[in-house]
Write a protein that binds this ligand. Sequence first.
Ligand code: SF4
Length: 477
Amino acid sequence: MTHKVLIMRCDTYDPDRIAGIVKEGMEELGVRPTGRILLKPNVVIAHPELFPHAFTRKEFLDGVITATKERARDPEEIAVGERSGIIIPTRFCFKNAGYPEVIRKHRVKTYYFDEYPHVPVSLKKQEALRRRVFIPKPLSRTDYLINLPKFKAHPWCRLTLSLKNYIGIQDDRHRLVDHNLFLEQKIADLQEVIQPSFVAIDGIVAGQKMMLTPTPFPLGAIVMGTNSCAVDTVGCHMVHVDPKDLIHLRLTSERGFGPMDLDEIEVSGDFPLEEVQKKTEGFQFCMERIDDYFREGSNLRCTVGSFPEKHSSDYCWGGCPGALQEAMHIYRAYLPDVDKRMKKIHFVVGKVEGPLPLDPDEKVIFAGDCTSWEGEIGGEHVKIESSYKTVGEVDEGKTRSNDMLLKTFRALFHAFRNRASRYLHAKGCTLSVADNVHYLSAVGKIPNVTLDPKLMIPLNIYYWQMRIHRFLHRFMR
Ligand code: SF4
């Protein structure tokens, strides 16, 4: 079977133009949404000043809803559903992304996945990491999924397109399970839950380097298809990535969900692939290890050891190191001089042996459950022990709460208790971006971005709204 993928020109966020292009694409691909239709954008985080390029734009959503309404046959429901990044209430990010006005205009339903119960879904594929995963109830009832990713580079996975956008279907409690050395396998597992019937990628302005704070790249393209693997394969070629290097694509394709070879894909549309490739010659990625990345010009230094799983013993791409990198980029957006302004921190992750090269005024954050080290710090004997749990030892049905207030309190209290010490061990697998934000502020003595009144007041208002709705939805059938 040959899958068709369209690359269409679009250099402006004009909802009418986007609607016309997407409708044309739907016609060419024979797409006819029906039943309970769910549109899943990428709103991992959104803020007009701090994170302007991290999410699927509202004009894009607007255009796709218009096209969906025009092409739908007997729709029972049209809804928009998503779970933003760890601990941030999704309704807060939707507000920052400008979604409520689009949703009101089209009179479609909203499912903030963090406000709904999650239900288990069994996985049948032999290669699956787990035998079940948890997904929000509204997704389990979906007949027709429309996936609307943002075209972005990703510092842990290289690229985030259609497949990676599935990380946003799980709430915090389940999202962090296997979000570590097994992130790529986790993404492949999630594909078994439901496949999108239509994919449209917002590549009008693509994101380079980071996932939360990407630098904009005017790609001027909308990519459409009906198979995630095919769409992601074309997406890889658009920015000179070998699809084999997008590990979750390779794993998903090997499990039979679609192709990763251009010979099996008909690439069409009005924006030829060769022309796109010419345009993206300077497209930037950031797949750098933190011990290289924070080497010069920063009061943050990193020591990276070895990791407990054979398939990735030299680095943990899906966990603590990448979360630190994202947290530092959030601070750089908020406090441009953060690298110099923060007190000296040495971030240690993994199994490290031998003395640490510490300055007398440097504090140490031992990060993550898998981290271990033994030695002297300021004349004190220190022993950090690993408490890493293998996949089989982590029960996905008995996960820890990742509640925003609880997590904030836990991290800040832990840092406060250790304020007089030269070191602390911040546990978690993974230590999330939010955890890193809190520890960097407390240990590095810099203002905590999440406690800035401009952010904290609305964030807390939306947090309590989320809690109330989550409580009410417990009683939904
Ligand atoms: S503790 Fe952190 S670095 Fe270690 S395996 Fe878990 S996520 Fe990776």
